[in-house]
Design a protein around this ligand. Structure first.
Ligand SMILES: [Cu+2]
Length: 241
């Protein structure tokens, strides 16, 4: 029995280490939408760990408790209504709760806030282009100078994303965000960045031979700096904020 306890303790330790390392790998999400997604990940992660722990403990216990000692079979039980109802209802409730939370989070992530700034992002083989629609300023990336999108923090950013040729995908790992750019079907979404900084992005859809060149970045600055920079651009100033 002591050996069995030792095994259980090692299993519990392994679970705890695995959970800690997985949690450490997850970015927190640098947008309000990303934070919502991050919270949902946490719920799924903790729920998954609890379910795995219950299953593994029960399996380990039953392997040890009922391991073969001689040729006699342990007591055989056929059908137990209470337990069957229980193991149907508990997973059903778990799945319904996760479904509800997912639907709620998706609603938040897809919600469009009033006000804010408007940009149009165009993906094409094999670069990115942004138009700051409120000012009519357009920047296009090149292989040597990947596009840097300058965007304000703490402000709803309404993005219209489209593709000129094949399916691309706008991927911003720090925002926990990815959206396909499908030719002929522009898509719109909101981003609200919470922390200033420079965030790398890339095309996440294998779109052809130059796919690896489709890098870009988002430079998030405060709203006053953004407005000043944009006004400066309208007046013919530099692209660097
Ligand atoms: Cu692409």
């Amino acid at each position: 029995m002591t050996r069995a306890r030792g095994r259980l303790a090692r299993l519990a330790l392994l679970l705890a280490v695995a959970a800690a390392s997985v949690a450490g790998c997850m970015p927190a999400g640098a947008t309000t939408q990303g934070k919502d997604i991050s919270s949902l990940y946490d719920v799924f992660l903790v729920g998954g760990i609890i379910v795995a722990a219950i299953v593994w403990v029960l399996v380990t216990w039953s392997i040890l408790r009922y391991r073969r000692r001689d040729d006699r079979l342990p007591k055989q039980t056929e059908g137990n209504l209470k337990i069957e109802v229980l193991w149907t209802v508990i997973p059903l409730i778990t799945v319904l709760v996760l479904f509800g939370l997912t639907a709620y989070t998706l609603g938040n992530v897809s919600a469009v806030e009033p006000g804010g700034v408007n940009v149009k992002v165009v993906a094409f083989r094999w670069q990115w282009q942004i138009t700051y629609s409120d000012a009519g300023v357009t920047d296009t990336g090149t292989t040597d100078h990947p596009l840097q999108m300058v965007l304000p923090v703490d402000t709803p950013i309404h993005v219209t994303l489209e593709s000129l040729d094949v399916v691309h995908a706008m991927y911003l790992p720090a925002f926990l965000f990815q959206r396909d750019a499908t030719p002929g079907y522009p898509t719109t979404f909101d981003l609200q960045i919470t922390q200033p900084g420079t965030y790398p992005g890339a095309c996440a859809e294998l779109c052809g031979i130059g796919h690896d060149q489709m890098l870009f970045s988002v430079k998030a600055v405060d709203l006053a700096t953004y407005r000043q920079w944009l006004a400066n651009r309208v007046a013919g100033g530099s692209a660097a904020p």
